[in-house]
Design a protein around this ligand. Sequence first.
Ligand code: SAJ
Length: 448
Amino acid sequence: MAEICVLGLGYVGLPTASLLAGAGFHVMGVDINPDVVKALNQGKTNLKEAGLAMMVSAAFQSRNLVAATEPEPSHTFIICVPTPTLPDHRVDLRAVESATRSILPHLRRGNLVILESTSPVGTTRDVVGRILAESGLEPGVDFDLCYCPERVLPGNTVAELVNNDRVIGGYTTQSAEAAKAIYERFCQGKLTLTDDKTAELCKLMENTYRDVNIALANVFANICESEGIDVWKAIQNANLHPRVKILNPGPGVGGHCIPVDPWFLIQQYPQHTQLLRAARLVNDGQGVRMLDRLMETDRLRAGDKLTILGASYKADIDDPRESPAYLVADAAHARGVKVAIHDPLVVPGTYHGHPVTNDLTGALTGAAAAMLITDHKAYRSLSSRAFTDAMTGRLIADTRLALNHASLKLAGFTVLTTGIGESGEAKAEPAAPQVIITDAAKKTLSRV
Ligand code: SAJ
């Protein structure tokens, strides 16, 4: 019998299962994807996380980690499945519910069940606990129940799981202590014990804090564009204040967490979260704002081609989930502009309905304009020749301040930059309504 059963072997579950196996536990990893299970039982993984492949191989060599598509009786069950949002931004808890139901037949007195997936406040007790109580066993009495969110930066997951502090939310104090005994076997960060609902809210607060602060940086960028001020210089100066840390503006916010998690709070507490909703609209509108700036030059028109550089949601990783690139591509198509999306790291394929290629020349060929969305290292070193040899137009937007503007301008390019007015002079903004609702924002609003 495995000591620990980890349900969900993705970006969080597999590193967690591998670390637990490395700490000496007998671990069963469960995933509904048979290909994932097959690869793992050969000691392999496709996930590109520093140190993970070696850990997975060692864990399987030691036979401390086996994978299957169904759980078996274990002492501890850890649920690490996705909690995406639906098109109308309601949370989709179907994976949590089905993972919990798969545990039900194996639940025994004295077990510990831990939910790690980012979830609305109350999910641990009202969804997981309620389903498990169908066994006749009572959470907090007959078995321990906890919520223990992860804090990992994709691309550095293993190191962050080991080193970062962690919040452990117990349905009871005893439950929290039981979970602490598991995590302290591999986590060197501080383990803080609290209740399950506080831990659930803590996770959502962390990511919502980041989304709102990115939106704040984007608001400052938009003000600077209208004033002909350089927002990057303004932020650099403002951050000299000992208690100010303004983040970087950009084309919006991607990933499977930051743009998603605030919606859990917006949906659950609409009366308290106007600020969070406004931040979401600002961030979702940023990429389209830059597209509109390109089209206002009248050098990118309907029928022309726009090349988007960057499909992954942030620099130097290959994760294309929820990238702002797709909001821009949707808006460009709506304006009759043809789109090619390039990324040096993302596996070529179709994401959110848009094809992504690794062929930079092909993507740039015939383009009237290009827009850099992701500041991959590979783009920072691009010479202007890469653009002039392939593009028909001499117009480029840099939303991350990542390109060599001097060399591009020497090659005849007009470069638009997030947070810098292209004319460099104050531009009278039209008497705007209170909140400028861009197309992307309208799309977001219509779905809520
Ligand atoms: N971004 C900006 N400006 C910034 C910082 C980020 O535009 O100043 C954009 C990025 O380009 C990206 C998006 O925001 O598109 C999110 O990137 P990120 O690095 O902020 O976050 P993630 O999604 O890679 O990881 C976050 C982290 N949460 C926090 O920093 C509070 C991580 O610690 C979480 O564990 C992770 O979400 C998660 O899985 O919840």
